[in-house]
Write a protein that binds this ligand. Sequence first.
Ligand SMILES: Nc1ncnc2c1ncn2[C@@H]1O[C@H](COP(=O)(O)OP(=O)(O)OP(=O)(O)O)[C@@H](O)[C@H]1O
Ligand SMILES: [Mg+2]
Length: 301
Amino acid sequence: MLHLVSQTTSGLPADPDALAAALEGTGYLPDQGLATAAYLALVMHRPLFLEGEAGVGKTALAHALAQITGRPIYRLQCYEGLEASQALYDWDFGRQLLHLRAAEAAHAADDPARLEASLYDRRFLLARPLLQALEDSPSVLLIDEVDRADDEFEAFLLEVLSDFTISIPELGTVRAETPPLVVLTSNRTREVHDALKRRCLYHWLAHPDFDREVAILRRRLPEVTEQLARQVARATANLRTLDLLKPPGIAEAMDWATALHTLGARELDPDLAARTLGAVLKYREDTERVRGLPAEALTGG
Ligand SMILES: Nc1ncnc2c1ncn2[C@@H]1O[C@H](COP(=O)(O)OP(=O)(O)OP(=O)(O)O)[C@@H](O)[C@H]1O
Ligand SMILES: [Mg+2]
């Protein structure tokens, strides 16, 4: 069995630890659970469904995976009302029209059937992320914030993810030579259907523990002192226990450390913490609540 795995994964990391080490090389520090999920997604050719709160590193993981595999990454940002054509392809009407005019001027319009066929040439096709990811194989396909798209789009995704084939009536079928490594992310603003999840390996991305957060801050922001990084990580962890409207993610911890560093801080004192809360909290209610707490609620622990 092991033999089979190493055969199908030539050029890929040998195991989750090797994948974790490669990710660390790009500055992305995964925990063991995430490294295992990503490794399995790679070798089993299964989409990876990452769910978690905002700013915990879902999108960044897809970029880091693209970096370590040397694959191009295509990102489909989902939103309400997203339609298949915006994910797959569109015909470039403007260029088709110009082509038509030029053909008419050259009297090529005398053969309408040929003219029509020439309008549906590949060069007039605007490839969107899903098609790009299949054409430019092997690639990483990031379907970001899939919970924002609606049910119809989800059903459509289900189809594409089951055989990685796209049929373009005027041109034919596009099939990925190697299935892309698909990473779907969700902030869980709504539940994604079981049918879609069933096709994926699922991983809940939690906030990092204290040591990992310090390591991430140190790695991403080498200019920030160790002491400040530790205090920011501690205070951020304390904020996450407060049941806030928007608990801070890693992104906010990084912003906070950057803000403090920019103000010349080498450590986090209560006054400076209060003045820079806007880097880490994004709701007035949260800010007011934290300002009303004793200083050690933030820095203690
Ligand atoms: N494990 C990690 N190692 C290093 N950096 C990380 C890690 N996790 C998150 N980051 C950094 O934190 C920031 C936020 O990450 P990212 O944008 O991927 O979060 P997200 O989960 O996609 O958030 P959202 O749900 O808001 O889109 C990025 O700058 C990213 O590089
Ligand atoms: Mg994201």
